[in-house]
Design a binder for this molecule. Structure first.
Ligand SMILES: Nc1ncnc2c1ncn2[C@@H]1O[C@H](COP(=O)(O)OP(=O)(O)OP(=O)(O)O)[C@@H](O)[C@H]1O
Length: 452
């Protein structure tokens, strides 16, 4: 089929403006007759269109919207393209076009393990009409942005992509959706998606991240294994919870000084389990009890919910903490709202919640009582075992005696694993330099304390 047919039939252009209809009705009121005729013509065109064409509308609220958008951006680059001038309605046939004519940029921020944030730009088709050929069918894609209609949930303009093709080719829609979904899934394969809440929904924060290996986070002896086996025990025992009428949820608290690997471990655990992470910032502007409950209920399947620095939101006296950050005051979550949401009254799914804090002593006991927090794990400053293990991981080719020597020199100091990592990165080429320059590390540490 000539692709222009899709466009021609999809509007009433084939009838309107035809001189035949506008002549010879002067006596009975040309305007009235014309109106009737136009209406009839429009109906006929509509009917024809409905019989011949089939459309699929994908609203921006639907999960598949982003998948299809990305998939479409690739179609333009490899297929024949017809572009239509929005003002004149003129269609232009461009063979083997290599670039879409109307582009929109999508910027994704990515936070790296070292805390740096980088931006990644990708181009997707901008608003407008495009044609592309898929499995021998011509399809019109029409991306429309409603400037006057906002998605009240997140303030973004309401958008739709409408795909139109011949009725007989309607199965291609299913195939397009599958292709777009598969492509999105492939991007996530072997990766961890970090979601953050945007209004009442979860949105991926940056592109999926490479899974972090569990072995790259060095906790004290057997600690990582203990947590992993606890989580696995939970995941594989749904029936046990069901039979006893216990909500299928498990809460974990990782607490301890900064830079001891709390966040890194949760990321590595998610990678190990093949789970994603939903990061919830309780202090975020606009959060309410209802929204919190809703977010926990609709969290994507196979995801860990992470409440970081939980002490920053509520303290022992159940008041919101008086941080200078103005956003704290804009969150309207109450302490009882938080407890209710954590209890997961309305959650139909398994729920794994991790909380982290540097100050367990500041937390209200009600927040971390069993049932809400089932396993509390202290991640402290580096032990001798951790210092040696990290040293050997950074310098695997060298004798272990160096690691022993290094840990001996630090035995009276409190050093975090993050500080150790910083030192090893500085002297990444030579363990001897790391040893020779240990004073620079020691000078940044608090004065020595007596250790066992
Ligand atoms: N135990 C560890 N093993 C390996 N790397 C670690 C460990 N602890 C910290 N790091 C490294 O230090 C950096 C900071 O770690 P991370 O953010 O996980 O610490 P944290 O305990 O969550 O800190 P905070 O309490 O300040 O949030 C990361 O780059 C991480 O790779």
């Amino acid at each position: 089929m000539d692709p222009s047919m899709v466009e021609g039939l999809s509007s009433s252009g084939m009838f309107s403006g035809n001189p035949y209809f506008s002549a010879g009705f002067g006596l009975i009121g040309v305007g009235a007759v014309l109106a009737i005729l136009r209406q009839g013509a429009r109906r006929a065109a509509d009917l024809t269109r409905r019989q011949i064409l089939v459309t699929l509308e994908i609203p921006s609220k639907d999960k598949s919207y982003q998948w299809v958008l990305r998939w479409l951006s690739q179609q333009h680059q490899s297929t024949e393209l017809i572009s239509m001038n929005q003002n004149t309605g003129m269609k232009k046939f461009i063979k083997n076009a290599t670039k879409p004519r109307q582009l929109a940029v999508e910027t994704l921020f990515q936070q790296h393990d070292n805390g740096n944030v980088s931006a990644e730009f990708s181009f997707v088709p901008g608003p407008g009409k495009y044609f592309f050929k898929f499995q021998n069918c011509w399809i019109q894609a029409d991306r429309v942005r409603e400037t006057r209609m906002l998605d009240l949930t997140n303030g973004a303009p309401w958008e739709t992509i409408t795909l139109t093709t011949l009725n007989r080719d309607r199965e291609v829609f299913q195939k397009i959706l599958e292709k777009a979904q598969n492509q999105a899934m492939e991007l996530q394969e072997g990766k961890t998606v970090i979601y953050t809440s945007v209004g009442p929904e979860w949105r991926p924060f940056g592109p999926p991240r490479k899974k972090r290996l569990l072995s790259s986070v060095v906790l004290d002896q057997n600690l990582a294994d203990m947590i992993v086996s606890d989580v696995n025990g939970f995941i594989h025992n749904e029936q046990w919870y069901e039979q006893r009428g216990i909500p299928y949820r498990r809460g974990y608290l990782l607490y301890g000084p900064p830079g001891t690997g709390k966040t890194s471990f949760i990321q590595a655990l998610a990678g190990e389990l093949g789970y994603n992470i939903c990061v919830l910032n309780l202090s975020e502007r606009g959060h309410t009890d209802d929204r919190l409950n809703h977010l926990l209920t609709i969290a994507p399947e196979r995801s860990i919910i992470l409440l970081e620095d939980i002490d920053a939101a509520f303290t022992k006296n159940r008041e919101k903490t008086d941080l200078s950050s103005s956003s704290v005051h804009l969150s309207m979550i109450t302490f009882s709202g938080l407890l209710n949401a954590l209890d997961g009254v309305s959650s139909p799914e398994e729920r794994i919640i991790f909380m982290t804090t540097n100050h367990i002593d500041r937390l209200d006991p009600a927040l971390i009582r069993p049932g809400r927090v089932d396993l509390k794990v202290y991640l402290g400053d580096a032990t001798k075992y951790q210092i040696q293990t990290m040293f050997n991981r950074f310098y695997p080719e060298y004798p272990e005696s160096l690691a022993l020597e290094f840990s001996e020199l630090l035995k009276d100091y409190s050093v975090s694993t993050a500080q150790l990592q910083g030192h090893f990165v500085l002297f990444k080429d030579s363990p001897y330099s790391a040893l020779d320059n240990i004073d620079s590390l020691i000078s940044s540490l608090p004065p020595p304390t007596l250790k066992d």
